[in-house]
Design a protein. Structure first.
Ligand code: NDP
Length: 461
């Protein structure tokens, strides 16, 4: 039996890497994790956590307006960007410290270095200039924001990572993309009073979400004053003498803004990681190719999280890491179940979705009953806030199983977590109907949708 320096060497201390390292270390194995930046990864340092704190901050402007009819006078409200920016950085550093402590408690060695794969059992620590060996190597290096280098002047565009650290709040911003990050940051900046424009190549934002939700979100963001330019991309960014940027769009429009931000997707961090040295196969998009057990084609090398480009969400990376530990160290082979994963977009109105969209269900051949309701919440009516909520259930006409739940409106991300339990459990619409409402809430509308807005003939066409 060859002897190795470690039982497990993890490259990348983000959500997936930390969980795998921690659990394996707690089992008494010799574990090291290498991190080139800071423990915490995208979610904690430059993703979910700071983003959500920024979203909370941006919501105050509307909350202050809503407060008036509730008897509050908040005319003194004033926003200070450095306070938010620095407090958020302090918070993510605090959380990073907790991650570090948890690793130490599990006896994981933390190596502050960029590690690359040298061969199937060897990792090179590039700053220290030494190599170490491990029986197993786990790749958990995540991804980074894609910037289209073929676009002239692309380097003048910032990314979401830069946005958290801006010296000052811009007066105007142009955001490229129509997905999660574009809409969330447009919501943040617009809420903070920044003149915000989205430029998106498709016809309607949030491709992949249910068409009713996409239309609802796009219309409401327009209503709130976010400009959305569809069917167009940025062809060039040029710096102007006044410090602003000029973006030339493919539809011949020109947009001048203090900042231009790329939110056109993320790319797995496999570049220069040495995976070729060990013969690890990649997908066409440069992600590490893995099976349901997160195994690569090299028996001693595994990968979890965004670097595998499966479902790029923190809780998924964590589940993949736990499944890896169960399989490799606890004697319980566990495949990660990627079906019916709920997700939320923290834009305004926020979105929660789980299961099949109407389009996906039809494409799979389901005959459907569609239930849909739109309303203004009691709080919004009272406040004079025009934002409406939309809820939609996609139900199989034959079996009555609820295949998909789609919500856009206040608290949608909170509601969708529980709706996901019912979709995962394949509960029927009748079971939803038999559940008594909680009053007065917006969520009660979910169990009060009596008649379908459309009902397919169940007989095959
Ligand atoms: P998304 O895939 O959500 O969106 C990318 C957007 O960029 C799409 O609108 C896409 O258009 C557009 N796009 C892609 N390539 C180009 C191009 N070359 N030129 C112009 N537009 C382009 O990626 P994000 O970067 O927003 O987020 C990355 C991932 O991170 C998400 O998919 C999600 O998994 C995760 N995430 C999750 C969050 C959450 O859970 N709340 C928050 C933030 C990120 P098209 O639609 O036509 O493809």
């Amino acid at each position: 039996m060859p002897t190795y320096d470690y039982d497990l060497f993890v490259i990348g201390a983000g959500s997936g890497g930390v969980r795998a390292a921690r659990l394996t270390g707690a089992l008494g194995k010799r574990v090291a994790v290498a991190e080139q930046v800071q423990v915490g990864g995208t979610c904690v340092l430059r993703g979910c956590v700071p983003k959500k704190l920024f979203v909370y901050s941006s919501e105050y402007s509307q909350n202050f307006r809503d407060a008036k009819n509730f008897g509050w006078s908040v005319d003194w409200a004033r926003f200070d960007w450095p306070t938010l920016r620095d407090n958020v950085q302090n918070e993510v550093n605090r959380l990073s410290g907790l991650y570090l402590q948890n690793l130490e408690k599990s006896h994981v060695e933390i190596i502050d270095d960029r590690a690359i794969v040298q061969d199937a059992h060897t990792v090179r620590l590039t700053r220290e200039g030494r190599s170490v060996t491990a029986e197993k190597i786990l790749i958990a290096v995540g991804g980074h924001t894609y910037r289209p280098s073929e676009t002239k002047g692309y380097e003048y565009g910032i990314t979401s990572t830069d946005a958290f650290l801006l010296e000052e709040l811009p007066a105007s911003i142009l955001i490229a993309g129509g997905g999660y990050i574009a809409l969330e940051f447009a919501t943040v900046f617009a809420g903070l009073g920044v003149e915000t424009t989205i430029v998106y190549r498709g016809e309607r934002v949030l491709r992949g979400f249910d068409h009713d939700i996409r239309a609802h979100v796009q219309n409401d963001m327009l209503r709130q004053g976010v400009k959305i330019i569809c069917g167009s991309v940025i062809e060039e960014i040029a710096p102007l003498a006044n410090g602003k940027k000029l973006a030339k769009l493919s539809n011949s429009m020109q947009v001048e803004a203090d900042q231009v931000m790329w939110a056109v997707g993320r790319t797995p961090n496999t570049n220069s990681l040495g995976l070729g040295n060990a013969g690890v196969e990649l997908t066409e998009r440069g992600a590490v190719k893995v099976d349901a057990y997160s195994r690569t084609n090299v028996p001693s090398i595994f990968a979890v999280g965004d670097v595998t480009d499966r479902v790029n969400l923190t809780p998924v990376a964590i589940r993949e890491a736990v499944a890896f530990v169960n399989t490799e160290y606890r004697g319980t082979p566990t495949a990660t179940d990627h079906a019916d994963i709920a997700s939320a977009v923290f834009c305004s109105p926020p979105v929660g979705a789980v299961g099949l969209t109407e389009e996906e269900a039809r494409a799979q051949g389901h005959k459907l009953k569609i239930f849909r309701t739109g309303f203004r919440s009691m709080k919004h009516v009272f406040a004079g806030n025009e934002q409406r909520s939309l809820m939609k259930l996609v139900v199989d006409a034959k079996t009555d199983v609820v295949l998909g739940v789609h919500i856009a409106g206040p608290d949608a991300p909170e509601m969708i977590q529980l709706a996901a339990v019912t979709v995962k459990a394949r509960l029927t619409k009748a079971q939803w109907d038999s559940t008594c409402a909680v009053h007065p809430t917006a969520a009660e509308e979910l169990v009060l949708m009596g008649e379908p807005v459309s009902h397919d003939n169940e007989a095959p066409a």
